[in-house]
Design a protein around this ligand. Structure first.
Ligand SMILES: [Zn+2]
Ligand SMILES: [Zn+2]
Length: 265
């Protein structure tokens, strides 16, 4: 599995990049490359177009309906609805239940059909805890995580390769289970110890992300969702204080290979 960082800025787009979005690619046994987009937050539809032609997407999965994880679906919907190709199938979007109403509200329209066309561009599949589904060669397991809104993390497998994505969450059992033995653990570290102690049930600190990685025995950890006002060296050092395996910070346009991750772990 290849994972491209499209955007990784926490909570809002930053001066150096967009909010959360990751592109997963996997080649199946027939040689066809499948492309699944995981989150499409504020500002991320721009850089996505410098990595792939969005018309090549097979599906989108959205962890939760905070703007820094889904808002640029409004751009993708325009792209899909008005594209010069008229053979684009409905694009499957696996996302929390209220997604269609949220998109319509942002766009100020009634219903799901964009102005001037006669069909709904997206096929919405609501997420639920412990749901499992497949997109081509990718098997996806969904777990409800700890965040102020309905929010999910994903465990994505292709053969023996496992990618775990925290979405936005504070420490919870579901997160440890999602990440258990993962080759690559893409884990948020939105908070830092001390400064953010007044919040609970929202985000991990670097320390709590590191503790989750230890509990899960994850093979390689990439910290993400660090906001522009945070010095990324701080959550990195917090995680490093408890987790001794391969550890780094997500940066825009980085590419990870889960099989290489496994080999180097
Ligand atoms: Zn977020
Ligand atoms: Zn959130």
């Amino acid at each position: 599995m290849r994972v491209h960082v499209i955007g990784c800025s926490g909570s809002f787009a930053g001066p150096g990049g967009a909010a959360s979005s990751y592109l997963i690619e996997q080649v199946d046994s027939d040689g066809r490359t499948w492309r699944v987009l995981m989150d499409l937050g504020s500002g991320a539809f721009g850089p996505l177009q410098s990595v792939i032609d969005p018309a090549e997407l097979d599906a989108v999965i959205i962890s939760h309906l905070h703007p820094d994880h889904y808002l640029d679906l409004t751009g993708l919907e325009v792209f899909w609805a008005y594209h010069e190709r008229d053979d684009l199938p409905q694009l499957p979007i696996h996302a929390p239940e209220p997604l269609p109403q949220r998109i319509s509200a942002v766009l100020g329209r009634d219903g799901d059909v964009p102005d001037g066309v006669d069909c709904v561009p997206f096929a919405h599949h609501p997420l639920s805890d412990r749901q499992q589904f497949s997109i081509g060669p990718l098997d996806i397991e969904v777990r409800r995580v700890e965040h102020p809104v309905e929010a999910y993390g994903f465990r994505i497998s292709a053969g023996d390769d496992v990618l775990a994505y925290s979405g936005d969450t504070d420490a919870c059992e579901a997160l440890d289970e999602l990440a258990a033995g993962a080759d690559l653990f893409l884990c948020e570290a939105g908070y830092i110890e001390g400064r953010d102690d007044r919040f609970s049930g929202v985000h991990l600190t670097g320390l709590r992300a590191g503790q989750a990685a230890v509990a899960a025995n994850a093979g390689r950890v990439v910290l993400t969702h660090i906001a522009a006002w945070t010095d990324p060296a701080v959550p990195l050092a917090e995680a490093r204080s408890v987790y001794s395996g391969p550890l780094e910070l997500a940066v825009p346009f980085a590419v990870y290979d889960t099989s290489r991750a496994a080999a180097s772990a």
